[in-house]
Design a binder for this molecule. Structure first.
Ligand code: SF4
Length: 181
C-alpha cells in the first residue's frame, strides 16, 4: 500500500474515533460504550456475545465486562441466555440503547463514502490481508462469507452453521465470517 493511501486510512480512522468520542460525550457515555452499541447494531445472532465483542474491539474480556455492566445497569442493553444453549449469554440493545445509538450515529459516524466497487475491493483486500497476518477474525458482512449460499432468489443458507438466513441476516457482520479464498 502506498504512503498516501496509508495516510488517508489513518486520517479517516482517527477522524472516526474523534467524532464517535464526541458523540458519546453528548449522551454522557464513553467511546467504548458507543463502540459496543454500534457493534450490537451490526452483528448477527451468532455474534452477540461478550467474547465476540472482546475480539471485535481488541479489548480484554475484563474491560469489556465492566462496560457491559455499566450499559446493562443504565438499561442500554439486556443479557439473555441463549434459547438453544444456555451456556451462552446473548446481548441485545434495548429500545433506549437503540435510540441512543441512532442519535450518536447521526453525529458520530463518518458519512457514507461514494459506492465505488474498486475502492471497496481494495479496502477489503487490505483489511483481509492485515487480519490474516495478525490472526484476527474478519467480522465481515455475511453476504461476503464463503459459507453463504444462495440457492434461489432471496433464499440464503449458512453452510457452516446449517441454518437458513434471511436477506436481512446477510447484511449483518458475523464472528464466523471467512472471506472466500
Ligand atoms: S454464512 Fe458465514 S457470515 Fe453468514 S452466518 Fe454463516 S458463518 Fe456467519
Amino acid at each position: 500500500m502506498n504512503t498516501e493511501t496509508k495516510l488517508w486510512i489513518e486520517r479517516l480512522s482517527s477522524l472516526q474515533h474523534s467524532l464517535m468520542r464526541k458523540a458519546a460525550g453528548t449522551q454522557g457515555l464513553q467511546l467504548v460504550h458507543f463502540e459496543i452499541l454500534h457493534y450490537l447494531s451490526l452483528c448477527n445472532r451468532y455474534s452477540n456475545t461478550a467474547q465476540a465483542l472482546s475480539e471485535y474491539l481488541g479489548q480484554t474480556k475484563g474491560s469489556i465486562s465492566q462496560s457491559l455492566k455499566f450499559l446493562e445497569d443504565q438499561a442500554y442493553i439486556i443479557r439473555q441466555p441463549d434459547t438453544r444453549d444456555r451456556r451462552y449469554v446473548r446481548l441485545f440493545l434495548t429500545d433506549k440503547g437503540q435510540e441512543t445509538f441512532t442519535q450518536m450515529a447521526a453525529a458520530g459516524l463518518v458519512p457514507a463514502l461514494p459506492d465505488d466497487p474498486a475502492l471497496n475491493h481494495a479496502l477489503k483486500n487490505a483489511l483481509g490481508t492485515w487480519q490474516r497476518e495478525n490472526g484476527i477474525k474478519s467480522f465481515g458482512q455475511c453476504r461476503s462469507c464463503k459459507y453463504n449460499q444462495n440457492p434461489g432468489e432471496g433464499v440464503f443458507y449458512c453452510a457452516l452453521l446449517k441454518e437458513s438466513l434471511s436477506a436481512q441476516d446477510t447484511e449483518k457482520i458475523c464472528r464466523e465470517h471467512v472471506f472466500p479464498a
